[in-house]
Design a protein around this ligand. Structure first.
Ligand SMILES: C[S@@+](CC[C@H](N)C(=O)[O-])C[C@H]1O[C@@H](n2cnc3c(N)ncnc32)[C@H](O)[C@@H]1O
Length: 274
């Protein structure tokens, strides 16, 4: 890459980050509304618990990278002794701080770019990212930084939008075109491409699976897909949908239609720079 190429890339990444901050200034209050209905809260808890179940040991220090309004903080605080959270958006962080989650010190919620984390090497026992990495323009740089702050043997657990299925790809593309709640560049990954990036940042993948089917689409985003909002027994229905999703996840041929790819990894100590 020539000097002018890399200067161009740095400038486009800088602009992308500015757009992210601007986008989340408008989205922050919508996130609060999104997670508020009882059926959505049930789905969010299920998603958080799936992420939590992949961390190991479920104790020590954890980082929620790209924490947004802090939807994972109480789940993490009920298991880890020390919970830290970073995000680039001051507006999302303001709402995260307002959650007053018992067990999370307010000073542990800080504004930072995931490419430049304010922690020493090997500080965390686990790092989790829920739907945040695809908002970051330089995935490789972020993954290297996450590896730096994770201790050897600690777990990285990430859940990001997956575009393996043409149906999901098309649904997502339509949503991005029709709605002003998305940044065009934040579309997600194919699971192969995502896994490759994780490996080349110096991680060993322990598990990579698809996540999020009917319950994700119908209960996860009531501000965008308001169907369950108008149906009776929405919480009970969500419970059924979650059970259906658990089955779909195990059916070859259907499993690939997940809206997310969830990857659990640890540092690969055999890779060059360790
Ligand atoms: C879709 S939201 C997800 C928030 C939260 N994890 C959740 O599940 O609700 C993506 C978050 O990533 C944050 N973000 C985007 N770029 C970032 C960066 N470079 N460093 C840290 N956070 C970033 C955004 O501000 C936003 O809060």
């Amino acid at each position: 890459m020539t000097t002018s190429d890399s200067a161009g890339r740095a400038e486009s990444e800088r602009l992308h980050k500015l757009r992210e901050v601007e986008l989340h200034e408008h989205l922050a209050p919508e996130y609060v509304r999104r997670y508020k209905p009882a059926f959505s809260a049930l789905f969010q808890r299920y998603w958080n618990d799936e992420i939590l179940a992949s961390t190991h040991p479920v104790s020590g220090r954890v980082l929620d990278c790209g924490c947004g309004t802090g939807v994972m903080l109480s789940t993490l605080a009920s298991h880890f002794e020390s919970v830290h959270a970073v995000d680039l958006s001051p507006d999302m962080l303001r709402l995260a701080a307002r959650r007053e989650t018992p067990g999370v010190r307010l000073g542990a919620i800080v504004r930072a770019d995931a490419e430049l984390l304010p922690y020493e090497d090997e500080y965390f026992d686990s790092v989790v990212c829920r739907g945040s990495l695809h908002h970051m323009p330089n995935l490789d740089a972020v993954l290297c930084e996450l590896r730096r702050v994770l201790r050897p043997g600690g777990r990285l657990v990430v859940s990001e939008p997956c575009n393996d299925s043409w149906l999901v790809r098309t649904a997502r593309r339509c949503l991005y075109v029709l709605s002003n709640r998305f940044e065009e560049a934040d579309e997600g990954y194919s699971s192969d491409e995502f896994n490759r990036c994780i490996r080349s940042a110096g991680f060993r993948i322990l598990e990579s699976r698809r996540f999020g089917y009917l319950a994700y689409a119908l209960a996860g985003f009531p501000d965008i897909v308001p169907i369950l909002k108008v149906l009776p027994f929405a919480r009970a229905l969500t419970s059924v949908l979650i059970r259906v999703d658990r089955v779909i996840e195990r059916v070859p041929g259907l499993a690939g239609m997940g809206f997310h790819v969830m990857v659990t990894a640890e540092r690969d100590e055999n890779c060059g720079d360790s």
